[in-house]
Design a protein around this ligand. Structure first.
Ligand SMILES: Nc1nc2c(ncn2[C@@H]2O[C@H](COP(=O)(O)OP(=O)(O)OP(=O)(O)O)[C@@H](O)[C@H]2O)c(=O)[nH]1
Ligand SMILES: [Mg+2]
Length: 224
């Protein structure tokens, strides 16, 4: 019997759709970030602080995912940029088909920077490619510095780790150095920022990171 080696990866349905999204984002010059964290780590808060800092003519848009409620979209729409809620109705992550569906009536040529806020969950969203340019993981200081070791997949796949709620450091037993060391054990060389959305400390570093990332993106227009 002749054996035919199948060396080509057979893409799952999600991966196929994600490849199409990535091609469209690239063709339209869109830089897309997929924000992932446990519930309540501060994804929407970081986006609120980001949107309020961006110039009014910035071509930024947000898709925000939750199992239920439009709460996050309502919070984010206050800043005047296009925002759409994706309500999954029970699914604990966003998938590429949901992104494709919710982008259907947006003109992608009018967007330079697209944020996707994933459903609060440190596990499932890490396995779903949404066609993003990069995943960003948030870790709040109330969660414990061991999380990168317990949930390595998302820390390994993320280009940036944002340690959030740093204003709470005086009140919680969180070892910042150990958290960063744990993230780098899982993902050597990963970039790490520290941000407080309450005091805005570290926000400029985050905005500068976005700006640098945009400049590094060949086809993306400068939006920040
Ligand atoms: N002290 C402090 N509280 C914060 C900070 N950022 C967010 N919070 C609070 O943390 C809670 C959750 O913040 P969200 O921004 O809604 O978190 P999220 O990750 O979007 O939550 P889900 O979408 O439900 O997963 C809210 O009560 C925020 O006010 C921060 O930097 N410092
Ligand atoms: Mg949120």
């Amino acid at each position: 019997m002749n054996r035919v080696p199948l060396e080509k990866k057979i893409l799952s349905e999600n991966d196929r759709v994600a490849v199409g999204l990535r091609e469209r984002f690239h063709a339209c010059g869109i830089l897309c970030f997929n924000l992932i964290s446990s519930p309540g780590s501060g994804k929407t808060s970081l986006l609120e602080r980001t949107l309020e800092s961006l110039p009014r003519d910035c071509r930024v848009a947000v898709l925000t995912g939750d199992i239920q409620t439009e709460n996050d979209a309502i919070r984010l729409a206050r800043f005047g940029f296009p925002v759409k809620q994706i309500t999954t109705g029970g699914t604990c992550h966003l998938d590429a088909r949901m992104i494709e569906r919710h982008l259907a009536d947006w003109n992608l040529d009018a967007i330079d920077l697209l944020f996707i806020e994933n459903v609060g969950n440190l596990v499932c969203p890490s396995s779903y490619d949404l066609g993003e340019s990069a995943k960003i993981v948030l870790l709040s200081v109330t969660e414990g510095e061991d999380k990168p070791l317990k949930y390595p997949s998302i820390f390994f796949r993320s280009e940036l780790v944002v340690i959030t709620k740093t204003d709470l450091l005086p009140y919680v037993p969180f070892n910042l150095a150990a958290a960063e060391q744990n993230a780098r054990r899982v993902h050597p060389g990963v970039e790490i920022l520290q941000v407080s959305c309450s005091t805005k400390q570290g926000l400029q570093d985050w905005l500068r990171w976005l700006e640098r990332r945009q400049q590094a993106q060949p086809r993306a227009q400068a939006a920040v």
